[in-house]
Design a protein around this ligand. Structure first.
Ligand SMILES: C[S@@+](CC[C@H](N)C(=O)[O-])C[C@H]1O[C@@H](n2cnc3c(N)ncnc32)[C@H](O)[C@@H]1O
Length: 287
């Protein structure tokens, strides 16, 4: 159960497997464990937005390893079923997946499990256009320049997307003011500060392909309001935690890898200090 406090305070405590960061009136919980068992501990209908990018079935050091792709799909069905249970009736599940050969994952098979077996409604399909993707080092395949973000819900009724706010926050990802479903977000190339990096930086620093910050930020703004609760059940480098902190949402992150949890904790603490500093500068030390 989330402890939503209204008074401003700031402290940190750790328990084995769990880290709770209480930041002013926000609660950031980080859980080290296997996705299905950790999701089972969450209450029914307690989450407003899920934004997550699951591991491939094999391929990279940090990925989940399965005996077969079929086994991976069965596992995917189980965790997506738990997501459906914890998602509020009007909540939104943003599922980010690449569509690739069997060495990674085929996006549409996961989407089909979600819609045909778990009865989610597919509300929108967002294309993340990574136009500056490194060229495919083969004549056999085209360069894969996109990933999908499936916007899944219990129901498509009574949805109100905060399109204006999403546009204002990250104008550069939309070609026009008509907020559409193609988001142009390059792999970042220049060196950036640790608290504001994109996929290339997360991969080179941590061996992870983290979300560019625009992905979780835009999903969160489109489908939630301040003090709502965001869940990323494969938290990785913690990009979705940082987006939640920036946008004043509560956050729950899960990862099997303790290094991911520790890294996310470190990054959240750094971001919080930055945020405190900005507020002091804006309002003076008396605030
Ligand atoms: C594609 S990465 C997520 C990257 C993340 N979106 C980010 O911004 O950094 C997948 C993550 O899933 C975690 N993972 C793999 N198998 C898992 C499992 N069975 N339960 C929980 N986490 C798992 C990996 O440790 C990895 O951090």
């Amino acid at each position: 159960m989330l402890n939503r406090r209204t008074e401003p305070f700031s402290f940190i405590f750790c328990v084995v497997g769990n880290i709770n960061l209480k930041i002013k009136n926000m609660n950031i919980e980080l859980k080290n464990g296997e996705v299905i068992s950790e999701l089972k501990k969450l209450e029914d209908s307690s989450i407003d937005v899920v934004i997550t990018s699951p591991p491939y079935w094999k391929g990279f050091g940090y990925e989940a390893y399965f005996n077969s792709y079929a086994q991976y799909l069965r596992w995917s069905k189980e965790w997506m079923k738990e997501i459906k249970r914890v998602l509020k009736p009007n909540g939104t599940f943003y599922l980010n997946v690449i569509n690739d050969s069997e060495i990674t994952v085929r996006a549409f098979e996961l989407m089909q499990i979600a819609t045909e077996q778990l009865m989610y409604k597919l509300h929108d399909t967002i294309i993340w256009y990574r136009y500056n993707q490194q060229p495919a080092n083969t004549t056999r395949q085209l360069t894969n320049q996109c990933e999908y973000i499936f916007m899944l819900r219990h129901t498509s009724n009574e949805v109100e997307l905060n399109k204006i706010d999403a546009y204002e926050l990250n104008k550069h990802i939309f070609k026009t003011k008509n907020v559409g479903n193609v988001w142009e977000i390059p792999f970042n190339s220049g060196s950036k500060s640790q608290t504001d990096f994109g996929r290339k930086e997360t991969k080179s620093k941590f061996g992870h392909s983290g979300f560019p910050s625009e992905i979780p930020e835009t999903c969160i703004v489109l489908s939630s309001k301040e003090n709502d609760t965001i869940l990323d059940c494969f938290v990785g480098t913690g990009q979705s935690a940082l987006a939640s902190l920036k946008l004043n949402r509560n956050f729950i992150g899960i990862d099997l890898d303790i290094n991911s949890i520790e890294l996310t904790k470190k990054r959240v603490e750094e971001k919080r200090k930055e945020k405190d500093l900005t507020q002091k500068t804006l309002f003076g030390d008396g605030m």
